[in-house]
Write a protein that binds this ligand. Structure first.
Ligand SMILES: Cc1cc2nc3c(=O)[nH]c(=O)nc-3n(C[C@H](O)[C@H](O)[C@H](O)COP(=O)(O)OP(=O)(O)OC[C@H]3O[C@@H](n4cnc5c(N)ncnc54)[C@H](O)[C@@H]3O)c2cc1C
Length: 404
């Protein structure tokens, strides 16, 4: 007999794990369906860390959502009762031309929302941020509330707590189709059929096919993460080195201080069972930083076929950036990982109810900057799935902007 749920969450990655949790704590009968394992490294939510910041250069309208996201991450830490933090407010250093999109956007968001932000003078820069270069004609801004999230642990923790609150989780079963049905929504995995009053689609790079009726093109990009060796202490977490983001003429680059004992990501996860253990880190490595190019990326037509090969031109761009802006980094790669951005046409998220039925809600096109919001987007989706609306300010992220 087919099992019926109040809500099914399709895709239990960054946003889906948070949605599953927010639905489960409301006492709903909820099922999460994930094609791989929880915390796997074949989608968009792996690679050790994700940056989080409030003075949002992408658009000031995200700031109220970020305030809520920070509160929700802290609440998750409290609920998990773990001694290890998920969110580390180590500060973020943002550097770019005075009239560039980064500096102008950060200043605008911080003014509009009265966020703490420091402009670092040339005189104090070298002493405060050893190892970093402030290029000529660039401005340095420091946001103390910036920092990073332990990405796999966030996903694992949300999924684990959702299960503790009664959610069911099925991994290793790709959903092959969903359709509207007299009982709400019928979902098929090939092996099984499930039905639910409501469906939440959080499929990341796989959203195009599952949400084709939206008629909004989503472009998947293959992106790289690199871990490079540094001298012990330089840029390392213990020295208080911040997360950094540079806007340069050749593109945007960002990175993270090394985390003790962690370099790189786990081997590909294929287990069908739900494991409460975070993916194993490659340990006993020398001190390192993680660095990546935010711009660029190779278009992928099938996310399932993503290759983990290095792209020599991209490596060249990253190493040129390091030579110019973080010259103490040894150009000796310790590890490399591949991940996917799912770009919406305007680079902003798409969060809404499905145009064919209010029984289906979704988050898609997170455009390479969505993880920090997972904790609030999970709440938004739980609101939309259960009441059809949310008090959180998401109107600017709706489908209507593509239907003018
Ligand atoms: C290299 C890189 C660096 C990034 N840096 C940052 C950063 O610093 N800060 C930040 O905020 N964001 C960052 N992002 C973006 C952020 O990580 C993503 O926006 C976010 O993780 C996307 O979450 P998601 O839930 O949409 O996708 P995912 O976490 O990939 O989840 C989607 C899930 O759906 C599952 N799924 C898909 N189809 C099916 C199906 N048919 N059946 C069952 N399951 C299915 C997938 O297996 C997957 O687990 C970065 C992204 C990358 C790639």
């Amino acid at each position: 007999m087919r099992q019926h749920y109040d809500v099914i969450v399709l895709g239990v990655g960054g946003v889906g794990s948070a949605a599953l949790y927010h639905l489960a704590v409301r006492g709903l009968r909820v099922l999460g369906l994930e094609q791989f394992s929880i915390g796997h490294n074949r989608g968009s939510s792996h690679g050790e860390t994700r940056a989080i910041r409030k003075a949002y250069f992408e658009h000031p309208s995200y700031v109220p959502l970020l305030e809520r996201a920070y509160a929700n991450w802290r609440e998750l830490e409290r609920q998990s009762q773990s001694t290890e933090s998920l969110l580390v407010e180590q500060g973020i250093l943002e550097i770019g031309p005075a009239d560039g999109m980064l500096v102008q956007g950060v200043l605008q968001a911080s003014r509009q929302h009265q966020l703490a932000l420091e402009q670092v003078s040339e005189g104090e820069f070298a002493e405060r941020f050893p190892g970093f270069v402030l290029p000529a004609d660039s401005v340095a801004l420091y946001e103390p509330a910036g920092g990073y999230l332990h990405v796999e642990r966030c996903v694992q923790t949300y999924a684990e707590l959702a299960v503790q609150h009664g959610a069911q989780l099925v991994t290793g079963q790709p959903v092959t189709s969903w359709q509207l049905h007299s009982q709400g929504v019928l979902i098929s995995t090939g092996e099984m059929e499930y039905s639910a009053d409501r469906l939440v689609v959080t499929a990341g790079a796989w959203a195009s096919e599952l949400l084709r009726d939206l008629e909004v093109p989503l472009q998947v990009l293959r992106k790289h993460l690199h871990w490079y060796q540094v001298d012990p202490g330089a840029y390392a977490q213990s020295s208080g080195s911040p997360v950094f983001f540079y806007e340069r003429p050749q593109g945007c680059y960002y990175g993270f201080p090394s985390l003790p004992g962690d370099v790189g990501t786990a081997p590909k996860a294929t287990s069908k069972s739900f494991s409460s253990k975070p993916p194993a880190a490659i340990s006993a490595q020398p001190a390192c930083i993680k660095v990546a190019e935010h711009t660029g990326g190779e278009v992928l037509h099938d996310p399932a076929q993503v290759s983990d090969a290095l792209e020599p031109e991209e490596v060249g761009r990253v190493e040129r950036f390091l030579s110019e802006c973080l010259p103490d980094v040894k150009l000796r790669s310790l590890a490399h990982a591949v991940c996917m951005y799912t770009m919406s046409p305007d680079g902003h998220f798409i969060i809404d109810r499905h145009p064919l039925s209010e029984a289906v809600v979704f988050a898609a096109g997170l455009s390479g900057h969505g993880f920090k919001f997972a904790s609030v987007l999970g709440e938004v989706l739980a609101d939309l799935a259960t009441t059809g609306q949310t008090a959180l300010p998401i109107d600017f992220l709706g489908l209507a902007r593509f239907q003018k």
